[in-house]
Every structure is written in structure tokens, then in C-alpha cells.
Design a protein around this ligand. Sequence first.
Ligand code: SAH
Ligand code: SF4
Length: 382
Amino acid sequence: MTVNLLDFDLEGMAAFCEQLGQKRFRATQLFRWIHQKGASDFEQMTDLAKALRDKLAVSANITGPKVVSRHESTDGTIKWLFDVGAGDVIETVFIPEADRGTLCISSQAGCAVGCRFCSTGHQGFSRNLTTGEIISQLWFAEHFLRKHLSKDERVISNVVMMGMGEPLQNYSQLLPALKTMLDDHGYGLSRRRVTVSTSGVVPMIDRLARDCPVALAVSLHAPYDALRSDLVPLNKKYPIAELLEACTRYQSAAPRDFITFEYCMLDGVNDQPEHARQLVALMKTHAANGLSCKFNLIPFNPFPASGLVRSQMPQVLAFARILIDAGIVTTVRKTRGDDIDAACGQLAGDVQDRTGVEQRMAAQRLGRLAGIKVVVMNKDAA
Ligand code: SAH
Ligand code: SF4
């Protein structure tokens, strides 16, 4: 077995080159060929000596993900399914917008956290993805899209770790992938445009602050512990107060001056005005300690096994209004890619209840009437 060079960040590549008796700048050259030019064949690397290319060909490979399928939505959203072996399939979603292109990346096959409203959680945990499997989603999508859209320059400007899995439960493999996204010789993405979304693995939030501070999104979903523990079982280990304290600490290292909180709106479960008022009180307490927040309300994307129902749009907007009136910046996320099951929590497919175009337009109209921004995106915590 030869090594897959997609498994290395630049440091790892330098160590590998050293083993081959090569200088550090060779690692930079290789890294740029792979990540900036999308090379998968050493013969393309014409500025490397033939002897080195031959040596690489016997000791290394550049192997991307195995595509199972690609679905394109009418709104331009593209979803890929990748086979990562042993029956495991992961998903990557590209969401184009006027001023950016966002890629939603998976970090695990399945997820061990088991949130009630998440189809990945219902599937259970299969395994952690390797660094190569994480970064190759970006490698593949970026270079595919450049060809597909006939673009010479970068297509993907933002990455969100909001696909399958809990990224902070796969920290050691995640970290080199994040570093490669940020590296000027890799994808050169801004720290503010790379978002790690977590259900709240407190110790790893602190690690991330030290090792690689990028934008942070925290999946909150409830204003008090009993309800949050019911929805997000990890809350029993890391309750809300500890989580928000970690967020406050993170903020001093963060590239943005706020933390984004995601809140999945579940009819009759966590979407009542009372919940919004409790949330306001909770955030006020932590604001006093220095926490700045922004809320993203995500109408639940239903799947049959959950037994849960999406909140009606007027309910979502009434909830948003309470937060906004209390001075909390709040957006309502309008899902995209519904026709290809690319919306949050639908990543395993098999979704029956889809929101029709008319319903979505009505949501935007209602939003406009209520003076609340309904954002046309589904994965970007920006
Ligand atoms: N494990 C991480 C990242 C992946 S989930 C996390 O939980 O943050 C990405 C986002 O999608 C999270 O905010 C999650 O709460 C949300 N989500 C999951 N299932 C959903 C569903 N069925 N409808 C709407 N949002 C969902
Ligand atoms: Fe895992 Fe996130 Fe889904 Fe919860 S919402 S089960 S943490 S992927």
C-alpha cells in the first residue's frame, strides 16, 4: 500500500518528502499541484525531475473519493454521494450563491451523537473519515466545478463542516484537513469562511481555539437542559452552561466576533414563544460574560423515522421576532436543494415530505411582511 498524499497537510507533506530525501520546497510544489491544480497523476508535475516523479509513482498515490452519484437541483445546488467502502456512503453538497460558493462537507460516516431530529443520527455511527476522505471532498468538488462551470479561478469560497457526522468527535483527522483548507499553498480559504459546526463537544472547542480557530457554529436547539438533552443526547455530558462558557472562551480566539447558534424548529417541541423568551434570558446571562451570538433558525427537514414535524412558518417568524426584539441578530434559513434531498438532516435521503416551491415562496413573502430576513441558503452559517 502506498500513501495517499491527500492525507497530508503541508507539514505532513514536508515530513513525507524528507523521508524521500527531498527538500521542503518540493513538498510545497507537490501540495500546489494537488490542491491548486487538481493533479492526480505525477506525470503532470512537469517541474519535478523525472527521477522524483518515478519515485513518487511507486511510493505514493493521489486518490480522490469514489463517486456513487451526482444530483443537480433546479436551484444549482449539487449533491454528491461518495462510496467510502464497506457499504458506507457519505455526502457533499455545493450551494452556489451570487457572491460565494459554499461546500458542505462530511466528517464521519454516520454519527454517534444521535440527535432525534437528524437522519444521520438515526443511522448510527459507522466510522471516522480520514483526513484524505475529508479534504478530498473539497479537492474533488473544486476541480470538478472549475471544469463543469468553465471557470479558471476558485469556485468554492466557503466550507461548512455541516454534512454527516460530528466534526469535533473526529478531531485528529479534521485538523490537517482544516489546515489544508486555510493554507495559502492549499485552498487559501479565509478562516472566517471555514465553519466548524458542532453539537457541543466542549473540550474540543477549546482545542480548536488553540490549534486552528475558524468560524464556529453551535447546534443549540433548546433553551434549557432537560429539553436539549432530549434532542441532543451529548448535552447530558456537556450541559448548556458549560457549552456557552466554552463558546465565550472560543470567541477570544475566533476569527469572527460572534458565534453562530443553530436552532432547528420543531413543531410544538422547541418553537413556542416561551422557548424564545427563555433563550433571550439565557443569552443575556452569557452576554454579560462577553458572549456575542447570532441565531440561525432552521425549519426542520422532516424524515419519517423522526416522528417530528416542521414548525409552520408563522411560528418560526414569531419566534424570530422575539429574538430580534431582544437585540439578537436572527436569520431564518430557507432550505435549498429540497428537490434532491440536499437540505440539512436529509443527507441519508429517503425523504417524503418535501417543501414545494410555492410553500417556499410563501415563506419568503411572509418573512418580508414580518420584516425578517429569510436567507436563501441551507448550509452556510455566515
Ligand atoms: N454534527 C454537527 C454538524 C452536522 S449537522 C452538528 O450537529 O452541528 C449540521 C446542522 O444541521 C446542525 O445544526 C444540525 O442540527 C442540523 N440538522 C440536522 N438534522 C436536521 C434536520 N432534520 N432539519 C434541520 N436541520 C437539521
Ligand atoms: Fe450528529 Fe450533528 Fe446529526 Fe446530531 S445533528 S446526530 S451531532 S450529525
